[in-house]
Unconditional design. Structure first.
Length: 167
């Protein structure tokens, strides 16, 4: 009878690529930020502040890529995901990743949206002006209410004093 080691009975571990890629994680109806730490063709290790229970089905989004996976294990904030389909090769290649190109060499920001925001800041300025006006209106109404309350509180005693003096 030959003794067989436990590690010999398992299939060989798949090669993983270490990365640090920001992504979004959906567990149920809640979205949260996460970070992909390593990737293989069938799974990922992520770091998440809100990990779901083992066996839960989650959705991971990185750019245009969507990965549906099941949580295989948890260790604190680290979570192992087993993907239902093969992980897209574009995510696995660090050279094509946007994670290391967040800012261009001249210091300008790289636009990550499909449709960039309009260059006009008029909407933001109008929004700030509206906030300022709303805060001013609230402050004015509170001041008016305080004035009316104070006037009512002193009106009766002053009327009694005035009647006592015979004015």
């Amino acid at each position: 009878m030959t003794s067989r080691r436990l590690s010999d009975s398992r299939p060989p571990r798949e090669v993983r690529r270490r990365v640090v890629l920001p992504a979004r994680l959906r567990t149920g109806v809640q979205w949260s930020d996460t970070c992909i730490l390593n990737i293989s063709s069938r799974g990922l290790m992520i770091h998440s502040g809100k990990p779901a229970p083992k066996g839960s089905l989650v959705e991971l989004r990185r750019g245009e890529h969507v990965i549906i996976a099941r949580i295989a294990w948890r260790d604190g904030g680290r979570v192992g995901l087993c993907a239902e389909d093969r992980v897209p090769k574009e995510i696995m290649s660090v050279g094509q990743s946007q994670a290391f190109r967040l800012a261009a060499s001249d210091g300008s920001l790289v636009e990550r949206r499909k449709q960039p925001r309009p260059a006009s800041l008029d909407a933001r300025l109008r929004g700030r002006a509206l906030e300022f006006l709303a805060a001013g209106a609230i402050a004015a109404s509170l001041a008016g209410g305080a004035w009316a309350t104070t006037e009512q509180a002193f009106a009766r005693p002053l009327a009694e004093v005035s009647a006592a003096l015979g004015s």
